[in-house]
Design a protein around this ligand. Structure first.
Ligand SMILES: [Zn+2]
Length: 266
């Protein structure tokens, strides 16, 4: 399995073999209409960008990845927790506080926003349901991706050996430098098995958030060979991504989206 960089209708995004059969994409900052510090594909409507530009950017992103042009993407109000938002055909589009979204409705797109945090998209091999997860370091430590896997089981009867997950572009361990609080929070919940992903260099730690989320997925029962991890880093590649670590608050943000196809899984 591997990630591919795709440019379609002028918008560049990433897609994973792990999610073949479902509509999905991990956005970059390329292919939008925003200007200045939001140049160009800013997908956040809460950071001061022109709302018309954000609407057009979201429309372009939908078209590029294959989501219906007028569809509403259910994006939560992310709070670095472990709440999972179940979305159905009649769910109010107003966002609720959550860091994961799940649905079993074909043709209904769900997603998360991020700019260094880890986006994780999940599908069921039988086409029962999909999930979108946002995991910053707090959500990574708390196991939000594990909560999403559990919710897919409880709500839709998905079994972990049938799940496939793609861990999208996010900050790499070289760029992510922290104090002891981050590794301590992760070790408190995952134990020593997480230690190899929390190396210390000098006085600082360099947690590998991608690897820690993959460990959560394996613990939850998702087979290791069903987990695809993007190698590209949002902070190493300012030409391609918004990075909170690199740009601070003066930036736009990416989104990742996933949708069960309306015609069903082939
Ligand atoms: Zn990096």
């Amino acid at each position: 399995m591997a990630f591919q960089e795709i440019t379609r209708s002028g918008v560049t995004f990433y897609a994973s073999d792990a999610l073949s059969g479902v509509v999905h994409g991990f956005a970059t900052r390329l292919g939008g209409v925003s200007r200045g510090k939001f140049d160009s594909l800013n997908l956040s409507d809460t950071r001061g960008d022109d709302p018309d530009c954000v609407r057009e950017n979201l429309r372009r992103f939908r078209v590029a990845v294959g989501v219906p042009e007028q569809a509403h993407i259910y994006l939560p109000l992310q709070i670095h927790g472990t709440v999972v938002w179940r979305v159905d055909r009649d769910t109010d589009p107003a966002p609720v506080q959550a860091d994961a979204v799940i649905t079993d409705v074909p043709g209904l797109p769900i997603g998360v926003r991020h700019a260094d945090c880890v986006p994780i998209l999940i599908r069921d091999a039988g086409g029962r349901a999909v999930a979108a997860v946002h995991a910053g370091w707090r959500g990574t430590a708390a196991g939000v991706v594990s909560a999403a896997v559990a919710a897919l089981g409880e709500q839709y009867g998905c079994v972990p050996p049938q799940l496939y997950a793609a861990v999208g572009p996010c900050i790499c361990p070289d760029c992510f430098e922290t104090d002891a609080d981050v590794p301590e929070a992760i070790l408190a919940n995952l134990g020593p098995e997480a230690a190899p992903y929390l190396p210390k260099r000098g006085r600082k730690y360099h947690p590998d958030l991608r690897a820690v989320n993959a460990l959560w997925l394996r613990r939850a029962g998702v087979p290791a060979d069903h987990i695809d991890i993007a190698a590209v880093c949002t902070c190493c590649r300012p030409d391609q991504f918004w990075s909170h670590r690199r740009l601070g608050e003066e930036r736009g943000c990416q989104a990742s989206v996933i949708m069960l196809p309306e015609e069903g899984i082939k």
